[in-house]
Design a protein around this ligand. Sequence first.
Ligand code: TXA
Ligand code: MG
Length: 345
Amino acid sequence: MQTELIRIDRTRMDREVMERAGALLRGGSLVAFPTETVYGLGANALDEEAAKKIYAAKGRPSDNPLIVHIAELEALEGIAAQIPKEAWMLAEAFWPGPLTMIFHKKDRVPWGTTGGLATVAVRMPSDEIAGELIRQGGGYIAAPSANVSGRPSPTTAEHVYEDMKGRIPLILDGGPVPIGLESTIVDLTEDCPVILRPGYITLSMIQEVIRETKVDRGLIQEDSFIRPKAPGMKYRHYAPRAQLTIVEGEAGPVIAYINEQARGTGKVGIICTEETKDCYPLGDVKCIGSRQDERSIASHLFQVLREFDGDDVDRIYSESFDTPGLGQAIMNRLLKAAGHHKIHV
Ligand code: TXA
Ligand code: MG
């Protein structure tokens, strides 16, 4: 299959291209598109055969459910049952935007879209290209991140092309995404809302809107045997080919430890920040952003992990990024990339 990559200007969207992309979706094909979080791999969420193509293109386990993307608030009631008042409050505060909510599903949502679960994940992205594509594609677009399963999520159309070339007909290129981490997932099917995946919308932002919110215990206790409730959170994800180790501690000892590793045998990759990048004389040093701007760290994380695959390093060491707001989401992704391999110095 030929994969077309078409650049879209957000301020003057090419109607002909957007209509063609919508027609592909309505016809049961896959189209990759930008969102504010990461690029998505879209299919008609109400067409079970189309949803199955997503699993095939990504090599994704079939028990891992998809998020259904909508463009209008009215569309929510078309697929979700028993919508609690907290959901409307969160939608009012954060939609369109990087928040996914889980509800009991209505019958028209196929089991193939929800990985066999009786619940459905729903998100309204803020990216204009995504919004227009969802409307043109029939209003309900299932979209996981547009990477091959296990690879870092794509934050540029080129990343999508690397992974999906020959597997899908069309990629809409909207340039690099602004956030770079997948949406926050909140489960609204229990008595108390529960965060299943940390993201750009933090626990405290949610608690400002609805007082009572918990974090899934399967996420907090990393060594526990409690299974995370979002099936996708149990897989090793985002993994670069070389073993990644996270080094925690005060800046001085962390830098000393990583430099000691870089002096050893083999090619060593280093993930650091603007503040420390000049402290590493050896190794393949990549600056992920500035500690003064945690959003810069979030938006470059997946890009940096992908770059190391091209660089052929033997081992990678990363500083730890426990920044106040996005730190939880950043460290959740980094720990998964490391297979929870971290040391404290
Ligand atoms: O930001 C995002 O959410 C991106 C963009 C493209 O919108 N999408 C995304 O999709 O990250 P994906 O498939 O890579 O991750 C979806 C996560 C998985 O961990 C999955 O297990 C969980 O959502 N999930 C989906 N439906 C669920 C449900 N009904 N119950 C629990 N977890 C669910
Ligand atoms: Mg994903």
